[in-house]
Design a protein around this ligand. Sequence first.
Ligand code: SF4
Length: 230
Amino acid sequence: MTKAEKVQRIQEILEDLYPETPVPLDHSDAFTLLVAVLLSAQTTDKKVNEVTPALFERAPTPQAMAALEVDEIRQLIRQIGLAPTKAKRVRQLAEILVDQHGGRVPADPEALEALPGVGHKTASVVLAQAFGVPSFPVDTHIHRLCWRWGLSDGRNVEQTERDCKRLFPRDRWNKLHLQIIFFGREHCPARAHDPAVCPICAFAGVRKRQAAEARTARIEDAIRLARQGR
Ligand code: SF4
């Protein structure tokens, strides 16, 4: 199978499995999406969706968020990890949007990445999901799957993003990044599974990489068992 055939088949399978790609983080506009994505670092979307209704009811706009005390934001988001740091960043970010961007989220990658707590991936998510700008946000899960499927060499997320953009049609980027995330969440257990029965790894998986992962899993299992036996 050529790389082009593999890429085509992966797209068809993902489209079959996930014809609809609802954005996992609840939001009502670019500002609430930006805040939700920032809050989602090192926690689950589900957890973020539990805290944002109260936060956005209190402060649905950059102006309202900038008027809150950091401590009140921290209280509202206290159930998620890194709440003190995230509260500070959300407040700073709101102030900058009010002072420098007329109270709006800029649809511009550089301006977005200049905001506190907003890295390249967060900016790409906002560009894709709030503004419909073709982007391919790559998180560690997409990065790992693309490595397993032989679409990228796994050097780093930046390289994986470049490879995905080169391999997949531009008009599919925004949907595909969500489809791959959904696939990973539903199909990829943390360990102990058979790639031969996986709808994608069965034909796209790179044998050497599968063997290397299986070896690492066996070593980790042995270390864990040895520690438990102590
Ligand atoms: S074989 Fe496993 S890792 Fe590969 S895509 Fe399928 S479930 Fe995920």
